[in-house]
Design a protein around this ligand. Structure first.
Ligand SMILES: [Zn+2]
Length: 173
């Protein structure tokens, strides 16, 4: 017996026990981390295709200004896509093997058609001066990509996935 006024996400998933092997389940749950719009299990997580897998969206953000694409973004993660800024802003150090200095299938987000970019919320290239591991200018950055963070503070542009990301998506069978 749970003597609390709330369930945590794992408890909710256990109670609902929805089939995760044939469906991508989307749960709505308020988050104690108020900035968190959504989370997803990676396809390689051991619980990904079980009732504990799927996507959790924060209803306080869902569909609100700047968050209209959160579900698409989280579906991208659940299919194996990384953030487009992984190779610049999610590396441990400048010696990190994932550092992406040019578009590559082997570093960063593992997609060769998304140019390296730092984490940036604007719907345009970041201004020069974002010095990151020797990369000073970031041009033709994929700010209009679903796997960017752009559009959170500005009206979203036309958001899209690119061919390399479509090829990266893991088959779920
Ligand atoms: Zn994300």
């Amino acid at each position: 017996m749970v003597l609390r006024a709330y369930l945590d996400v794992k408890e909710l998933k256990e109670i609902l026990h929805l089939d995760g092997s044939t469906h991508l389940n989307v749960f709505f749950a308020n988050s104690s981390d108020e900035d968190l719009a959504g989370v997803a299990t990676w396809p390689w997580d051991k619980e990904a295709l079980t009732h504990l897998g799927g996507i959790v969206l924060n209803p306080s953000f869902y569909g609100t200004f700047g968050h209209t694409d959160t579900m698409v973004h989280e579906i991208g993660h659940s299919l194996g896509l990384y953030h487009v800024f992984r190779g610049i802003s999610e590396i441990e150090s400048c010696n990190d093997a994932c550092l992406e200095t040019e578009p590559s299938m082997e570093t960063g987000d593992l997609c060769a058609d998304t140019n390296p970019t730092p984490k940036f919320k604007g719907c345009h290239d970041p201004e020069p001066g974002n010095e990151t591991c020797g990369c000073r200018h970031f041009t033709h950055t994929p700010f209009n990509n679903y796997m960017s963070y752009a559009g959170e503070t500005e009206p979203p542009h036309m958001f899209s996935y690119l061919a390399g990301q479509n090829a990266t998506v893991l088959p779920l069978t």
